[in-house]
Design a protein around this ligand. Sequence first.
Ligand SMILES: Nc1ncnc2c1ncn2[C@@H]1O[C@H](COP(=O)(O)OP(=O)(O)O)[C@@H](O)[C@H]1O
Ligand SMILES: [Mg+2]
Length: 409
Amino acid sequence: MGEEAQSSLDSIWESKDPIFADKELLDIEHIPDEDRIIGREDEISDLANGIHPAIRGGKPRNTLIYGKTGTGKSLVAKHVTRSAEAFAQEQGTRLQRAYIDCTQATTETQVVIKLARAFNDPDETDISVPLSGLSTNAYYDRLWRVLDARHDVVIIILDEVDKLQENNVLMQLSRAGEAGKLDTCKVGILAISNKISFKDSLDERVLSSLQEREFIFPPYDANQLREIMRHRKDAFHEGVLTDDAIPLAAAFAAQEHGDARKALDILRNAGELAKDDGDDLVREEHVRNAREKADVDRFSKLLQDQPTQSKAAVYALSLIADAKNDEEFATREIYERYEQLTERLDIDALSQRRLADRLNEQAFLDILGVTDRVGRGRGKGMTNFYYLLEDPGVVQTAIESDQRFSESE
Ligand SMILES: Nc1ncnc2c1ncn2[C@@H]1O[C@H](COP(=O)(O)OP(=O)(O)O)[C@@H](O)[C@H]1O
Ligand SMILES: [Mg+2]
């Protein structure tokens, strides 16, 4: 532990970030001020109009929002409800909103527990909401009591609602007033989904009560994506972004169905790559490399909690997609590749039927795509065909970050 080691670290600690002035502005979770929100004026005012009655304690209209990823759905929902909450409180209305990410809370009970805990204050209500141990009905019962005790009106945002395993919670929440579960508190639901097909899974009654209003958020064009990034330019030190950086990132994200999340991911990654290179400018090449990195990161995140068997299934698919010209593959073809792979990885091979279960699970999670059509050869019945939603190279790089896969070459 010489003094030199100490001082060489000191020079790192003391140095200022050469690239970023305020990197948080580029975080996906960051909710920007209204003047940085581009091209969503109509959506914001439409949503606000539906929520308006809540400001004075009336029932907000239930709303369903659709649109592809990165079209600003979560942002607009959070922005408008945050503003409503603040305004209502100034008026003396006890309005509170709760945000549920249904990719995290996927069962009915998890959602009800989260809501009851979010809306509760045990010191005030004397009601406890334990993390586990009660029946679903008992949790509902506490939720209703908490709502009547503490709130005039609540707004519940159910983001990525298509990821819920059970729709009963939508029925309970959307009809709580009519069903006499609540005496005074009003409930408004804001359900958000990337998939328009979500509606097909809903009961008529639930659909009609959820769908008092419905919006579709369109994708952004390259101009809007450029504007969105320009309004976050102060994330970087002045002069660091070369002129090409934002337009190129916008062009990439526009190719990707106009996804603002992608645009901001690419821009942030480009800055990080420039920093790693010891460069003090963010150049075109950084943006190009960042695009690939953003794809890998996004895919890694999707896969991170997946068991090895599921990763092996996707990996097998990526290997055949690499080797063959076809894009879609039947379970049987994937299975052959998967069996070889399990030997190499030294793990047990699942049966073909179990592998099909895994593949369907992955398709549900948007890790893979699936279509069903008439199979090749033999029985000629309808068969599932699976395809990758990313380049095979991206998929492999992401999976190989798991050592088991990278070491088995
Ligand atoms: N109109 C917009 N103006 C500024 N930033 C936006 C806009 N739309 C989306 N973003 C940003 O892009 C990212 C993705 O948006 P998000 O609301 O999460 O999309 P979605 O929920 O539709 O997938 C977030 O960081 C968000 O702040
Ligand atoms: Mg979202």
